[in-house]
Design a protein around this ligand. Structure first.
Ligand code: UD1
Length: 381
């Protein structure tokens, strides 16, 4: 029996971890014992607990309760907390997800203790070094024993950075593995799509008609922290909704909620709160967001996860950033990078509204979690 520690902290990681926990329960329970450590980076119930409940993930064995803070402060607290846990109990390996401060901190703590580190969602790059996530993912990839890349693009990035020929040796003289595992988020979206349709009443509760609304999410610091960008994006979204008779459905991340009044130009703030087309919602549960995504006419977002889910559910997507890690969405014409420019956002909406788009299978076959666990077992054997 091998013992793995899954380390999560932010909302999307809880969702990704569900795919691994489910695969362990269904296929590996005689060979793998999993414990879960929650860093507490996200702590509001609707950013954390609701996902454990809905997705059937066991409650965390450890919760560091670090909460919000400056990057250095938050990251440092997690390093200290994870190190303590790793010294108090033996683990054969640590699994981390994505690119948050929790990922970076867990990677530093585990690798310094020579515990094999498995990075799920390795190899993604925006090449924008001002994004905290870019820094986190680059460092985490360097420290990982196995890099589980979700796409061929991610594999290519790692190849260009020399990972395939890296002479790095880890504990026991073991080398590094790079594997195209497919995307655990695709596993989840496929697994939960039908269940979500049955369980969620979000459309009914909000009087939403399928195909008749735009779904938007905005939470990246580059957008929320800049009055110009936030104002430009939100003004464009409201004007598109009003001009086209569409609803604008906007589940609000707490970071965004806290900054709207401060950073939006007053007339746009007023419009956001008074337009009959705008529906502001609290952060959505996973089932609710799946249903909102599947039934949207179009999705406009700065979230990586929501970009991908729009592709999984075959909805076109306007990307409210200057670049994306999920470039295949753009090369296949299913998404357009519009950044924060109002006119470009409107053009992207018009273009994607009026054309039929192809959605090939680029994110694996829905069994990424099983492939990941098989690879880990082989590596640790
Ligand atoms: C983090 C990740 C980002 C990921 C996102 C998903 C980093 C650097 N960023 O960004 O990659 O896409 O999570 O949501 O790790 N807050 C609450 N309640 C919560 C959580 C946050 O009120 O439960 C508020 C706090 O005001 C906090 C702010 O949101 O200061 C930002 O939270 P933080 O975890 O620092 O980063 P995110 O923006 O959520």
């Amino acid at each position: 029996m091998i013992k793995l520690l899954t380390i999560i902290g932010a909302r999307p990681q809880i969702i990704k971890a569900a795919a691994i926990s489910r695969a362990i329960k269904n296929h590996f329970s005689d060979r793998i014992e999993e414990k879960i450590l929650h860093t507490g980076q996200h702590y509001d119930d609707n950013m954390s607990k609701v996902f454990f409940d809905e997705l059937g993930i066991p409650a965390p064995d450890y919760n560091l309760g670090v909460g919000s803070g400056k990057h250095g402060e938050q990251t440092a607290k997690i390093i200290v907390g994870v190190e303590e846990v790793l010294l108090s109990e033996h683990f054969d390996g640590v699994i981390v997800y994505g690119d948050t401060n929790s990922t970076l901190a867990a990677a530093v703590a585990a690798s310094k203790l020579h515990i094999p580190l498995f990075h799920i969602e390795a190899g993604l790059r925006s090449f924008n070094m001002t994004m905290p996530e870019e820094i986190n993912r680059i460092v985490c990839d360097q420290l990982s024993s196995i890099l589980f890349a979700p796409t061929e693009t991610a594999i290519d990035n790692l190849r260009k950075e020399g990972f395939m020929t890296s002479p790095a040796k880890f504990a026991g003289g073991k080398g590094r593995l790079v594997v195209n595992s497919g995307d655990v988020m695709y596993d989840n979206s496929m697994y939960f799509a039908a269940i979500a349709e049955e369980k969620s009443s979000i459309l009914k509760e909000n009087n939403l008609r399928a195909g008749k609304y735009i779904l938007t999410t905005i939470h990246r610091p580059a957008n929320t922290d800049s009055p110009e960008r936030l104002t430009s994006i939100i003004a464009a979204l409201i004007s598109i909704a009003e001009a086209n008779g569409e609803g604008l459905v906007f589940p609000l991340h707490p970071r965004t909620r806290n900054l709207l009044a401060k950073n939006l130009r007053p007339d746009v703030y007023e419009k956001l709160n008074s337009s009959p087309k705008v529906k502001i919602l609290p952060p959505a549960s996973f089932f609710d967001i799946i249903v909102l995504e599947k039934n949207a006419h179009i999705i406009m977002t700065d979230s990586g996860g929501v970009q991908k889910e729009s592709f999984f559910f075959e909805r076109p997507c306007v990307i409210l950033r200057g670049e994306t890690e999920w470039v295949e969405i753009v090369t296949h014409g299913a998404g357009i990078i519009a950044d924060a420019d109002g006119d470009t956002i409107k053009e992207a909406y018009n273009k994607l509204s009026g054309q039929s788009v192809s959605f090939p299978r680029l994110f694996g076959d829905g069994n990424a979690a099983t492939k990941i666990l098989d690879t880990i077992l082989e590596y640790l054997a």
